[in-house]
Design a protein around this ligand. Structure first.
Ligand code: HEM
Length: 377
């Protein structure tokens, strides 16, 4: 039977998803004309991600998609020394302690409001609530301070509009898409740059200045965080809650919740694919590749190979957190994402939420719910 989470993939990518799942049957790595070399297996994926011959700044890589919009130096399109140096300077912003403090501060009021609504017996659309909360966190990161709910929703919609310009087959954005995306990113960049210049060290952008980032680097980082760190988190929490409901699982918190979150990450894989460009002759599994080839790691296929959702399941070492990447580009926002997800999940679980209605989203890159209505039990 098709699981309800799989139906989200089918709603978002009705033609591409069945095809991508079929490719998984062709072996760990397979060359697909028009797409590149497709990787379906966790061990092979990890080999590619930790081998410097596979880069994020060559032809067919994420740089082709994002450099025209974000500029040349935003981590996700960099390699080598410059990439490492920028990551090192940003590291203090992404410790579990710093991320946890930021999330506690930004989400205290929205989480109290959410909890009160559930306690009163109201039906809550968790998708909307998550958009507001993830939007509020990213507003704080880029220096907007406290914002009204509508502003957080608006920011979320802007990000969604830009991210959904990309499909599995995209190699570049069209001129029109670049212009639209730049309009959004320029606004984010202007806000971030002002916060960089005037913000105290208590603010994220002010802290970037204190950490020695140039204004251009800080501006680019804000754009990258906005694009990578909003929808991924916001779409995941409703999927987590739906999975727990559908499988009648109620984590008791602590390690139990951690295991449920990791397992939900595995089956949902909010970032379903990763791209690399081949810089030197090499092999991907058994497939020989040459410079200029494109490698498409289908994280979703790698992760789904282990079977359906089961929070009691141990993840083998090659699969561990592959949904956040591996090697030099491992998600820098991991501590922030986990802090947000756990803060919301802990509050929700105290109400033993049950799903009273749902609708899948269409026309999005990251499969998710358009609405997920929940009520306290
Ligand atoms: C559920 C949430 C998230 C998931 C599943 C996720 C997943 C990923 C993955 C798979 C990568 C590596 C891509 C590759 O190697 O090609 C990545 C990189 C990255 N992520 Fe996340 N991410 C999440 C949340 C966040 C958040 C909250 C932020 C920051 C605010 C963030 C910022 C970044 C950045 C800047 C990179 C590029 C790092 C580099 O290239 O060095 N992510 N993420």
């Amino acid at each position: 039977m098709i699981s309800r989470d799989t139906r989200l993939y089918l709603a978002a990518h009705p033609f591409a998803y069945p095809l991508v799942r079929l490719l998984a049957r062709l072996g760990p790595a397979v060359r697909v004309p028009g797409l590149g070399v497709v990787v379906n297996d966790a061990a092979t994926a990890r080999e590619v991600l930790t081998d410097r011959r596979f880069r994020k700044d060559g032809p067919g890589s994420p740089a082709d998609l994002w450099t025209p919009v974000l500029g040349p130096s935003v981590l996700l399109n960099m390699e080598g020394e410059a990439h490492l140096a920028l990551r090192r300077r940003l590291a203090p912003l992404f410790t579990p302690g710093y991320a946890g403090g930021l999330v506690d501060d930004v989400l205290a009021a929205p989480l109290a409001a959410l909890s009160a609504r559930l306690a009163k017996g109201e039906t809550v659309d968790l998708v909307d609530a998550m958009r507001v909360m993830a939007g509020a966190v990213i507003c704080r990161v880029i220096g907007l301070g406290e914002v009204p709910e509508e502003r957080a929703r608006e920011l979320f919609r802007d990000g969604e509009r830009v991210v959904s310009m990309v499909s599995l087959r995209s190699r570049r954005l069209s001129d029109r898409q670049v212009a639209t995306a730049r309009e959004v990113l320029d606004r984010i960049g202007d806000t971030a740059a002002a916060a960089y210049r005037h913000g105290g060290e208590g603010t994220v952008m002010g802290r970037m200045r204190a950490l020695g980032l140039s204004e251009a680097e800080a501006r680019g980082a804000a754009g990258a965080f906005f694009l990578t760190g909003t929808e991924t988190v916001a779409t995941f929490v409703p999927r987590l809650v739906a999975l727990l409901h559908d499988h009648r699982v109620t984590p008791s918190g602590g390690d139990d919740l951690d295991a449920a979150v990791e397992e939900a990450m595995r089956v949902t894989t909010p970032t379903p694919v990763m791209l690399r460009s081949v810089a030197e002759p090499a092999r991907v599994g058994r497939v020989p590749v040459r410079p200029g080839d494109r490698v498409l790691i289908v994280t979703h296929n790698c992760a789904r190979a282990l079977g359906p959702f089961d929070p009691g399941r141990a993840h083998p070492p090659e699969l561990r957190r592959l949904w956040f990447g591996a090697g030099a580009h491992f998600c820098i926002g991991y501590p922030l994402a986990m802090a947000e997800i756990k803060a919301v999940a802990e509050v929700l679980l105290t109400h033993r939420p049950r799903v009273t209605g749902r609708r899948a989203a269409r026309g999005v890159l990251i499969p998710t719910y358009q609405h997920l209505w929940i009520k306290a039990t």
